[in-house]
Design a protein around this ligand. Structure first.
Ligand SMILES: Cc1cc2nc3c(=O)[nH]c(=O)nc-3n(C[C@H](O)[C@H](O)[C@H](O)COP(=O)(O)OP(=O)(O)OC[C@H]3O[C@@H](n4cnc5c(N)ncnc54)[C@H](O)[C@@H]3O)c2cc1C
Length: 510
């Protein structure tokens, strides 16, 4: 039995902690805040409850596996999951509106044909077939195994089988980015392109430079479905926390780790802000890279040959809206209101191109003028004081560190009006969660949110491996392999537990 110190009580860290405790280790989690879950926070006020992190769950199999492997009870006994129907409603700049069914390819193709014109559904279906190939090729090596030491293999080839298309008179090219797939394979309709590109944007990625391998994002969403958690996604964090407790994982809240102790060239414990040093045989860090580096004075956890930590990633702006009046029958759980100016939005977020609304060098980063917003309207009575009220959460991708002004909030509300009729009359009150609030919840600089790992792009979208150059120190959670997002953090927990329990030869459990 080893003593294992886990830094942070985010989802990746707790997933690792529960698995390691089941394997017979003595696990202590040190969390600088006063609660578990990291990004998976919640705000409760006047009978309303809102998630402040993800509002929906993808790939529930990851957490099903965690709960079965750490206690036999199925996930559904701890939290109530419902597939949302439709999966998403898109509202485009021209006012067109389409509802896409959850996990039904035929229904999605039919809805796209109806809303966007004949052929749209077929083009989308053909794209998804290719996306499935990308998923089949990259799923195991990229997500279900520890990062390969020769990770360059994943970095060099894009698993998306882009068809060669004619561009111009003589040139024949195959799409290499999400934007190129959208433009070259989905046809002329900017609305269908927006359906694809929003998957990248929602993950904090610029579709213009994100490799075609990101086709797996819509494939996974459409194939494995989108799930609501009764009581909010925070309830999933509670379930994992309670499972940790049931397996005798110890939690120390209000215990910021300030240093990873080294002894004989190995990680040998942690020091917390009050100066206490606690010895451990192994340390697992579930924190952002800059936090990790600060815990290892005078040395870095990574070497030149490793995948470098991701940087320059955007954050999220979240509005929590308390509405009077019932949630109308037939309301979509999730509505994406698309921007009226794609280029300006991408330029404002990612700082490339020459749009007039792009920030000048040296400007403070701000929210895009016309952001794409995701509006969540859960049909969950436990989130509202009574059936005469509605709890709505709105999210937009914004630059990390962005200072959010009242004008930014107004602009987001104006976008939300396109999804919710009579919004202003119904609005009782609202709360704003800024990138600074995300930073407070997770510790990541500027409130940056890590995206999932993707193949290709010379490894730019991979995350550092779960092992480090300091023997005995492992990393878990959204900032290490296989990257950010709720399912991915859970996968990282399984990988770290495998590497510790089975050793460096561990090659994934499925
Ligand atoms: C607003 C928002 C929206 C999101 N939307 C989605 C979505 O729609 N879909 C999706 O899949 N994912 C989404 N994510 C991402 C997802 O929530 C995370 O990737 C996932 O929860 C993984 O978190 P983690 O394990 O990396 O830990 P984190 O949530 O980053 O938590 C890290 C923990 O470490 C603690 N900590 C930091 N420093 C120290 C220290 N020195 N000592 C002790 N403790 C420390 C922090 O207090 C925190 O509790 C969203 C995130 C945010 C913030």
């Amino acid at each position: 039995m080893a003593r294992i110190a886990v830094i942070g009580a985010g989802m990746g860290a707790m997933a690792a902690a529960a698995r390691l405790a089941v394997a017979g280790h003595r696990v202590v989690v040190y969390e600088r805040g006063d609660t578990f879950g990291g990004a998976l926070g919640a705000v409760q006020r006047a009978g309303f409850t809102f998630d402040t992190g993800p509002g929906l769950l993808g790939l529930p199999a990851v957490y099903r596996d965690l709960l079965v492997k750490t206690g036999k009870e199925p996930l559904e006994e701890s939290v109530e999951l419902t597939q949302v129907e439709p999966a998403v409603r898109h509202v485009f700049a021209d006012g067109t509106d389409v509802r896409l069914a959850n996990a039904s390819r035929a229904a999605v193709a039919h809805a796209l044909d109806e809303a966007l014109g004949a052929g749209a559904g077929e083009r989308w279906a053909a794209f998804l077939n290719r996306a499935r190939e990308a998923w089949d090729r990259s799923r195991r090596p990229l997500l279900e195994e520890p990062l390969w030491p020769n990770w360059q293999v994943l970095a060099d080839r894009d698993p998306y089988p882009a068809p060669v298309v004619r561009r111009g008179l003589l040139r024949r090219r195959a799409a290499t980015t999400v934007a190129e797939i959208a433009e070259w394979e989905l046809g002329d309709d900017p609305r269908l392109r927006a359906v694809l590109e929003h998957h990248a944007l929602a993950a904090g990625l610029d579709p213009r430079s994100t490799p075609a391998s990101a086709a797996v994002l819509p494939y996974v969403a459409q194939t494995f479905g989108t799930w609501a958690v009764r009581g909010g996604v925070r309830a999933l964090a509670r379930a994992v926390y309670e499972r940790c407790q049931a397996r005798k994982v110890e939690f120390r809240f209000g215990a910021a780790v300030t240093r990873i102790v080294e002894k004989d060239g190995r990680a040998a414990g942690v020091e917390t802000a009050d100066g206490t040093v606690e010895e451990a045989d192994l340390v697992v860090a579930g924190v952002a890279p800059e936090v990790l580096d600060a815990l290892l004075p005078g040395r870095l956890a990574r070497t030149a040959g490793d995948v470098p930590a991701r940087s320059g990633l955007p954050s999220r702006l979240t509005l929590l809206l308390a509405l009077r009046g019932p949630r109308p029958e037939g309301t979509a759980h999730r509505t994406v209101v698309h921007t009226a100016d794609r280029t300006a939005e991408l330029d404002a977020l990612f700082g490339t191109g020459a749009s007039p609304s792009a920030p000048a060098p040296g400007d403070r980063p701000g929210a895009p003028v016309s952001p794409t917003v995701t509006v969540l309207r859960p049909a969950d009575p436990s989130l509202v004081p009574d059936t005469g009220h509605e709890a709505v959460t709105v999210t937009a991708t914004v630059p990390a560190g962005a200072e959010i002004t009242d004008a930014d909030v107004e602009r987001v509300l104006a976008r939300v009006e396109r999804a919710i009729e009579g919004l202003r009359d119904r609005l009782l009150w609202h709360e704003v969660r800024t990138p600074a609030d995300v930073a407070e919840a997770t510790g990541a600089a500027g409130g940056a949110v890590p995206p999932p790992a993707l193949a290709a792009a010379a490894g730019r979208l991979l995350h550092p491996s779960n092992t480090t150059r300091l023997p005995g120190l492992f990393t878990v959670g959204g900032w290490s392999h296989p990257g950010g997002g709720l399912p991915h953090a859970g996968m990282s927990g399984a990988l770290v537990a495998g590497l510790i329990v089975e050793g460096p030869e561990f090659r994934g459990s499925q």
